[in-house]
Design a protein around this ligand. Structure first.
Ligand SMILES: [Zn+2]
Length: 215
């Protein structure tokens, strides 16, 4: 069990920069990304340790048969957490296999844009579409509603079928990436995202495992 280190914005391997940090050949010195080889309870505990209180959101409760298939955190010891992602996967009657990815990040981190498939465009953040007109859908963090707006991924070079919606919560971007694209219809206003960073022992009951999404 261990988390692998990488770049938050691309798949290039990072190297120790000799000064206690990590450097990507493409993006220079970065706050590193930590991701498990396969999702497990022990690695999730390690993830929460790296995040050091930065929120990690999961849809709550998970539907029957759904599992946590992936997670990652962007953090270092001096600056703490900058971003987290989780993926839960299951099946719906209409869509078959579905992945729901939730990313919370400080602006400029670029993890959400990468996972959404916008990384090849050089973008690290969503654009003016967020907050333009009424939101397409709302989810809740506890009792707090979070409006989400669609972000176009056409022409971004990504090869997979997905929907991307983005909003803002507590000064951070909240990205939801759903695969296939039609799974956006699963989102309803009563969807609840729970910050599990403080949850503790209940996490033992979370089902982990299954293939992680490509990103
Ligand atoms: Zn990079």
């Amino acid at each position: 069990m261990s988390l692998r280190v990488g770049c938050p914005r691309c798949a290039a391997p990072v190297a120790d920069d000799g000064d206690g940090g990590w450097a990507c050949p493409e993006h220079g010195v970065v706050v590193p990304l930590w991701r498990p080889a396969t999702a497990s309870y022990d690695d999730f505990a390690s993830h929460l340790g790296h995040a050091d209180g930065f929120p990690t959101y999961l849809p709550w409760p998970l539907g029957p048969g759904w599992t946590v298939t992936d997670f990652a955190v962007v953090a270092d010891e001096t600056r703490g957490g900058r971003a987290t992602m989780t993926c839960v996967s299951g099946t719906s009657a209409l869509d078959g296999p579905v992945d729901v990815i939730v990313i919370s990040e400080e602006p400029g981190t670029g993890l959400g844009a990468r996972i959404a498939g916008l990384g090849l465009t050089g973008r690290t953040d969503p654009g003016e579409e967020v907050g333009d007109g009424p939101p397409t859908v709302k989810v809740r963090i506890g009792s707090f509603p979070v409006g989400l707006w669609p972000v176009s991924v056409s022409g971004s070079g990504g090869e997979w079928d997905r929907s991307v919606v983005v909003g803002e919560a507590e000064g951070r971007w909240m990205w939801l990436v759903l695969r296939p694209a039609s799974a956006i219809l699963l989102l309803r206003d009563d969807w609840i995202l729970r910050d599990v960073s403080e949850t503790g022992p209940q996490l033992v009951a979370l089902p982990f495992g299954g293939p992680a999404p490509p990103w």
